[in-house]
Design a protein around this ligand. Sequence first.
Ligand code: MN
Length: 735
Amino acid sequence: MMRQYELVERVRRYNPHADEVLLNKAYVYAMRAHGSQKRASGDPYFSHPLEVAAILTELRLDDATIVAAVLHDTIEDTASTREEIDQIFGAEIGQLVDGLTKIKKLDLVSKRAEQAENFRKLLLAISADVRVLLVKLADRLHNMRTLHFVPESKRRRIAEETLDIYAPLAGRMGMQSLRDEMENLSFRNLMPEAAAMIEARLADLRAKNGAVIVRIETELMAELTLRGIKADVKGREKSPYSIWRKMERKSVSFEQLSDIYGFRAIVASTDDCYRVIGVVHTKWPVVPGRFKDYISTPKQNDYRSIHTTVIGPGRQRVELQVRTRDMDDIAEIGIAAHTLYKEGRVSDAEALQRESRAYGWLRRTIELLGEGDTPEEFLEHTKLELFHDQVFCFTPKGRLIALPRGATPIDFAYAVHTDIGNKAVGARINGRIAPLLSELSNGDEVSIVTAEGQSPPSAWETLVVTGKARAAIRRATREAVRTQYAELGRQIVKRAFERAGKTFSPEKLKAALPRLARQSVDDVLAAVGRGEMFSGDVVKAIHPEFEPERASGAGAAKGEAGWFGLSKAESLVFKVPGSDEPTSLNSIPIRGLGGDLPVRFAPVGGAVPGDRIVGILTPGEGITIYPIQSPALTHFDDQPERWLDVRWDIEEEHRGLYPAQIVVSAINEPGTLGLIATLIGESGANIDHVQFVNRSPDVRDVVIDIEVRDLKHLSGILSQLKQSSVVSKVERVNG
Ligand code: MN
């Protein structure tokens, strides 16, 4: 295990001004926090964060990042808290460790390949600071290096995840060496036979022409020196995983691969890069189509280099990359090159510039994450998907759901499945019950509570942000309204048949559909329910001899047995909401119809529990509830099919207030209205609206809209007012 002074030494090698006290404090703190915890290898757990920090010293990262690496598992795995870390190490480091803790929680989530892209985006979303990602990648690299200690069963999952998520992430961040190592370690774990085969072939090749790399290096260098260019040329074998991928992609055997070796020339300046190319292309034949100039057109991840392939010394195909030292830093460690510590004092302006460059890169990387994987696609993608417009959440089973920012659990439910959206009645976010309209955050685990027989309130349509949810709600609302109209239509049609002395049967109606020019029985019933078709015409379609009675007096409508000819069992039940929302009449459901048809009270005079009531259907609008004594009902006498038998259904303990209108004839004197208002108020009723109608100089009528609990309450108020000395007459009004 790395000693305390070794860690400080490593940092000091590239940063003589390293904060030694801080590093030592972190070392001691993490060692104490992890205590006797052990890794799968049997090593003390503390050796792991130290190794992660060591990987990051190779990237020459700043003190805060190194300290965050040492502390990265403390909050999640030990008794440490964010507050404590803030207190001891400051808020900057606290934030880094916090970011790592959040990411670590995601390790528990299953990540299938098709979700890998979203998952990488999520990682970026959570790591507001690029250094969090750097520590995470180093953490993963060390875990991969020590994977053989982990039980076989877990190994595969971790290796897959590394290959699907972390290696491409490292690649996108321009950290090629990190990516290569992760890929090869995963490859060895996931496809041990293929990996062993390629490694054996490479060893063969090395034995056979081991000198070839050195020979090409020497010849290239000699040629360049001859032309006065100072260059450092290094050859290397391609990695087993990249060879395997090429074999797969091109469906070729190992022997058929021509470019097992790659060479790199590092020079002092950009000018020299082009001079090297000039020399190489003059000396050896160029393989067509392989020349790429990423210096004049850098890749989106800031990669700059010139690539070419020539038939080089000994007729060997030589792949050559030419670049400067700075470009090489960026190619190898990518984004870290922008954050790494550079010796010597830097001006504030320079530091700022470096920071904004790193930030700009991170942003571009984020934007490009949803795009393709090849350099060509990278270059060609100009359409940038703005990432901060998205939010990523999980189902309890770990499925990742990407939603637009501002999305609610309703959107989430519809994204999972339309059925779940339609049946949603509640939500849990991270285990806690939450309103269906809360705004979701990155990383939230959302579970939706559903209930059978639900249909979404149409108001949701304006509250959701996803098109899918909106369309599904609209469809479900239409469906529910149609069902309600069809149900109303069924009752109206049944009654019309009864009045005609016939029996309604859907089968007979089916046979008569062509005559009514409708597709289905439900279509007919819904049309009647909406008032588009007269119920008498339905009877006539089946019984042509029947003459529908279109207009008749009130007596005809009311003369049938019982009220409106509905038996008790068929009665619609008028259900009234609880006292918490007494005025929201639109939410009044009618039992058996599922509840979205608007229901309101008679505009003049209202209706109160205890009144005998009737519902009048207005096609396209809904149902209006009138007390039976209401004169307005005579307007509907000739439309018996619009009359609905409804009744109150109020739970004793959830009584609300209901509208009624009274007219009080009172002495025209100052203070009269005050007396009346006090009387009404003291009885527990609300006054909604007051209007004066002068009758004579000394008496005036006051029309008062009030809200009362029920008919008994209303009668009580009327008799109290009657007894008042200022009141001459009081009456209930019905419009
Ligand atoms: Mn770790």
